[in-house]
Ligand binder design. Structure first.
Ligand SMILES: [Zn+2]
Length: 332
C-alpha cells in the first residue's frame, strides 16, 4: 500500500475559472515550527477538454521556464481556453528560492528523484505528489529546462526515442509544434529518476526543452519559451489560433551516441574555441583549458570527436574534471 501524500493543494484542481494557490507541504524546521513549503500553482479551467501540465523550475536555476510560466499564470484567462492548464512554474521550489539546481534542504536533484516517495525527503515528496496527483490529470506535459548555472544550450525542444512508436510520434509532433529554433531527439545519459521517464512511462505526450542557461536568461530566450508554450496549448486543442513558427525554420538535431558528449579531463580556466550554434568538423580544436596555478604551462586542448553543431557548452569560465565541456549534436 502506497502511503498518501502529505502535500495538499490550497485550491481546487478541477473547477472552472482561474485559481492561484499553493501545493502545501508540511516541513517543520528550526526557523519555522509547524511550517510548510508553499509551492505556487495556478489552475485555469474552462469546461471539459484536454489538460496540459506545464512545469518549470525542475532545476531551480533554469530561468527561461520559470519566467515564462510565472508570466503565463498571470496572463492566461479561462475564457480563451477549452479544457484545463495546470501551471507549476517552480517544481523544485526550495531550489528555485536558493537559486540553485538542487534543493538546499536535502540536496535533492528533482530530475533524479522520480518516482519520489510520500515519506521521503522534501524533494521526493514533491516528486511523488506531482507524479501521482498531477501527471494522471494531464493529456500533455511540458517540462521547461535550460542549462542552469553550469551549462548553456542552443534553444531546443526535445523528444525521446520510445518503445511505443505511436506515443513517440505524438511526442515528436508536440515537439515540432513548440516551434523552437532547434528540435532534438534526445539520448539520455542517465534516465533513471527523471521526470521525463516516468511521464513517458505513464503514456503521456511529453515535451522537454533546453532553452539556454548560464544562470540567467535573455529576452530572446524568454520569447522562445512564451511562443513554445502558446504553440503547445494550440497543438493540444486548449487554445485556439495559428501555430507561430520559429523565425528561421526549426533545425532537426540528433544525439545518436555518447561521442556527442565531451567531458573535461582537466580542471582550470576554460577558453571556448567555438561558440554555441557553430558547425564543427571531427578533429577541430573546440576548447583549451589552462592551468590556473601558474603561467607558461601549455593548455590542454580538446578536439571535436565528431562532425556536428555545438549544441551545449560549459558555463561559466572555470571548469572541473568531469564537467560537461561541450556537446556536439548531429544536424539531420
Ligand atoms: Zn534542468
Amino acid at each position: 500500500m502506497t502511503k498518501p501524500s502529505p502535500i495538499s493543494p490550497t485550491i481546487p484542481l478541477d473547477q472552472d475559472g482561474i485559481h492561484h494557490g499553493f501545493l502545501k507541504l508540511p516541513y517543520s524546521r528550526d526557523d519555522s515550527a509547524w511550517g510548510a513549503v508553499m509551492i505556487p500553482i495556478t489552475v485555469v479551467r474552462n469546461g471539459d477538454g484536454p489538460t496540459a501540465l506545464l512545469t518549470g523550475g525542475n532545476h531551480g536555476d533554469e530561468y527561461e521556464g520559470l519566467v515564462s510560466l510565472f508570466k503565463l499564470a498571470g496572463a492566461l484567462s479561462p475564457s480563451e481556453i477549452t479544457g484545463r492548464v495546470i501551471i507549476l512554474p517552480a517544481m523544485n521550489y526550495p531550489a528555485f528560492r536558493n537559486a540553485s539546481r538542487t534543493s538546499p534542504i536535502d540536496a535533492g536533484n528533482m530530475n533524479r528523484s522520480y518516482p519520489g516517495k510520500p515519506d521521503g525527503t522534501v524533494t521526493q515528496k514533491i516528486a511523488d505528489y506531482v507524479l501521482r496527483h498531477l501527471v494522471p490529470e494531464a493529456d500533455i506535459v511540458l517540462d521547461i529546462h535550460s542549462g542552469g548555472k553550469t551549462l548553456d544550450f542552443i534553444p531546443f525542444a526535445a523528444a525521446h526515442v520510445l518503445p511505443d512508436k505511436e506515443q513517440e510520434a505524438r511526442c515528436v509532433a508536440a515537439m515540432k509544434a513548440f516551434g523552437a529554433p532547434y528540435a532534438m531527439m534526445m539520448l539520455e545519459l542517465d534516465a533513471v529518476g527523471m521526470f521525463d521517464t516516468v511521464v513517458e512511462e505513464a503514456g503521456k505526450t511529453f515535451v522537454t526543452t533546453e532553452l539556454g542557461g548560464g544562470g540567467s536568461t535573455t529576452a530572446e530566450r524568454v520569447a522562445i519559451a512564451d511562443r513554445g508554450v502558446r504553440n503547445l496549448l494550440i497543438h493540444a486543442g486548449i487554445l485556439t489560433g495559428e501555430l507561430e513558427a520559429a523565425p528561421e525554420d526549426t533545425t532537426m538535431l540528433d544525439m545518436p551516441d555518447d561521442r556527442c558528449f565531451v567531458a573535461s579531463e582537466t580542471s582550470g580556466l576554460y577558453e571556448p574555441c567555438v561558440d554555441l550554434g557553430e558547425m564543427v568538423k571531427q578533429g577541430e580544436l573546440i576548447a583549451r583549458i589552462y592551468d590556473v596555478e601558474r603561467t607558461g604551462t601549455p593548455p590542454r586542448e580538446y578536439f571535436a570527436p565528431r562532425d556536428g553543431i555545438v549544441s551545449c557548452r560549459h558555463f561559466p569560465g572555470l571548469i572541473k574534471t568531469g564537467d560537461c565541456l561541450i556537446v556536439i549534436a548531429e544536424v539531420l
